[in-house]
Design a protein around this ligand. Structure first.
Ligand SMILES: *[C@@H]1O[C@H](CO)[C@@H](O)[C@H](O)[C@H]1NC(C)=O
Ligand SMILES: *[C@@H]1O[C@H](CO)[C@@H](O)[C@H](O)[C@H]1NC(C)=O
Length: 579
């Protein structure tokens, strides 16, 4: 839920997800998820060049001419065992090319038995080729066996490692698959799309599985007070986010004086609201439950408030029935129902169900036509969905309804910037940048304005200006850890200053030890520095703080990528280049 309800903070100016943001450290960006991609350097392809011999050996393509001289029987007698093995292999390659895999396998088997044991390179090729034929027959166990033989003879044999990785994946052995494909990626210096895509796929699957298991059993976790306040401040047109009205407070006082609260059972919601003002957030869910169970007059409000806190502690399963109930209460205030729809819509977005999400937002706009929150949040959803034009339309609508909404104005600038940037339109980019200047002039107290402007400036490589904007943010909101992380990342990108970057991110953790973004970023940097154990430690901290199953899955992917690299380092002595 949060990602969509929160402003676009997790993304960089160019709309990159956070993990890519972390990769910007002087390295070109490739694709996919996971720390294995961190080292894509254009470090030349000498490594691949060296392996040329192997890389040309057939996968499907026979190399028919080589060794042809030995194909006739009379000469066979005079040939060395190796030549005879080569000749059998070449025959196998021809069968392979013709799609006759049984015969090809027989030839490769001959080649293997003919080949002198000390000819390790050749022998490994024969095994690899036989594995390729087994692969065609979908005999995964045999593929793995032969590739293992090949790898044992030639530990850095990319083709054999990759073929084994694919077979392991087919058999559902993701962990070993990941290790093989990681080795392949490192050997290929992260230049080959195919292996990178397999790594990406396996990392995502592993992450998803682990997160599903872990998320079920985790302890509910209340976010920091700063986070909660910032979350509620993104709603202005609802009831539960606002402080209690005077009348309501009096009501409560009366109850207290008459000590009737327990008896009437109507104090649950009002008490919860009071706890909210005191930032005593842990007690809110139970107070709301009292209100709901006693069927008090604030039942709808209590359901919505309880659902909101279920969402905040990351329990969408518990939130959903409450939201459903509010949405279906025809006699409840339209403001409450619209707010519940916004929250359910954001929740769906987090669960990667954009259609359901859009449906809820549209319904909210239908039932409460003049609710600025609806447009504001729908605008954010549209940005996540990359529907920038519609996002701008929604922010405009929000601004029309609430001209003093600095946040909506800043986000509109950001959307316009994104549109201009992706559309490669320099004059529109400049216009968007001017728009930001205008916003921070008119709303000098809106931290988000500076933060979004800083992201655009970073994107435009105006690092010095971006840094100034982050400083303004920090001045306005010294408790906001996220800003320090962004500023830290900026130092890396701008000056390649690791020390200063890490210092700022440490500062973020000092301010808010629940800042998962800080742990994640630090982990990514440690991976790049080659401190894999430290990186894994950081990723695990972030995993325990993840605010949704999806976020947790992403973090597991990063962690598994780092872990696979430590295994590869142990097994093959392979290490990617580090900073
Ligand atoms: C912290 O600042 C970021 C911008 O850098 C903003 O998106 C976020 O809402 C703020 N968070 C809190 C908890 O105030
Ligand atoms: C979410 O809440 C439900 C019902 O209140 C509970 O059974 C479940 O254990 C909670 N799940 C998590 C992940 O906290």
């Amino acid at each position: 839920m949060m990602a969509a309800s929160k402003p676009v903070e997790p993304q960089s100016g160019s709309g990159l997800p956070r993990w890519q943001l972390a990769l910007l450290v002087g390295t070109p960006i490739v694709l996919g998820v996971g720390a294995v991609y961190l080292w894509n350097r254009s470090r030349g392809k000498e490594k691949q060049g060296k392996k040329n011999g192997e890389r040309k050996t057939p996968e499907g393509s026979a190399s028919p001419v080589q060794g042809q001289h030995g194909a006739t029987n009379p000469e066979l007698e005079n040939m060395s065992p190796l030549d005879r093995a080569q000749s059998a292999k070449n025959k196998g390659n021809k069968y392979f090319k013709a799609g006759k895999y049984d015969q090809a396998i027989q030839c490769y088997t001959d080649a293997i038995s003919l080949c002198p044991k000390e000819q390790k390179g050749d022998l490994s090729t024969f095994y690899q080729n036989r594995a390729a034929a087994y692969e065609q027959q979908l005999k995964w166990t045999e593929v793995i066996q032969d590739c293992s033989q090949a790898v044992e003879l030639n530990p850095c044999y990319i083709k054999a490692l990759f073929r084994r990785a694919k077979a392991l994946e087919k058999l559902g052995n993701k962990k070993e698959c990941l290790e093989d494909v990681t080795a392949v990626c490192i050997l290929e210096v992260f230049q080959n799309q195919q292996s990178m895509l397999l790594a990406d796929k396996v990392l995502k699957q592993l992450g998803k599985e682990k997160a599903k298991e872990k998320y079920k059993n985790r302890e509910p976790l209340m976010p920091s007070p700063q986070f909660i306040k910032s979350y509620f401040s993104s709603f202005t047109d609802d009831i539960i986010s606002q402080p209690l009205q005077k009348g309501e407070k009096k009501d409560e006082d009366k109850d207290k004086e008459g000590e009737a609260s327990e008896v009437t059972g109507s104090s649950g919601y009002l008490k919860a609201k009071q706890y909210m003002e005191e930032e005593n957030y842990d007690k809110i869910i139970s107070e709301c439950t009292k209100e709901i169970e006693s069927g008090g007059r604030y039942t709808a409000e209590a359901l919505l408030l309880r659902a909101t806190f279920y969402l905040l502690i990351g329990n969408a399963t518990a939130a959903q029935p409450d939201l459903d109930r509010v949405i279906n209460m025809d006699d409840a205030s339209v403001k409450l129902r619209a707010n519940a729809l916004i929250k359910r819509g954001s929740m769906y977005m987090q669960q990667q169900q954009p259609q359901l999400s859009t449906q809820d937002f549209n319904m909210a706009a239908e039932i409460d036509l003049r609710n600025a929150d609806v447009y504001h949040h729908r605008g954010q959803l549209k940005i996540l969905l990359d529907q920038v034009e519609e996002a701008v339309g929604d922010f405009d609508e929000c601004i029309k309804l609430r001209p003093d909404s600095a946040l909506a104005q800043a986000q509109k600038c950001f959307a316009l910037y994104r549109q201009a940037y992706t559309g490669n339109n320099p004059s529109q980019v400049q216009k968007a940048m001017d728009g930001f200047e205008d916003v921070i002039r008119r709303f000098p107290k809106c931290a988000e304005g500076y933060a979004l402007y800083a992201q655009a400036l970073t994107d435009q490589q105006q690092f010095g200006n971006a840094d100034e904007m982050y400083d303004k943010c920090i001045e306005l909101e010294p408790d906001n850890a996220t800003t320090y992380v962004h500023k830290g990342l900026l130092q890396l990108q701008w000056k390649q200053d690791l020390e200063m970057g890490l210092e700022l991110i440490s500062k973020a953790i000092e301010i808010d030890n629940k800042c998962d973004f800080a742990y994640e970023t630090m982990g990514t940097i440690e991976v790049q520095r080659g401190n894999l154990d430290k990186a894994i430690d950081m990723f695990n901290k972030a995993i325990n703080l993840a605010k949704s199953e999806m976020e947790m899955a992403h973090l597991y992917s990063l962690c598994d990528a780092a872990y696979a690299q430590t295994e590869v380092a142990k097994k093959y002595g392979l290490k990617p280049p580090t900073l």
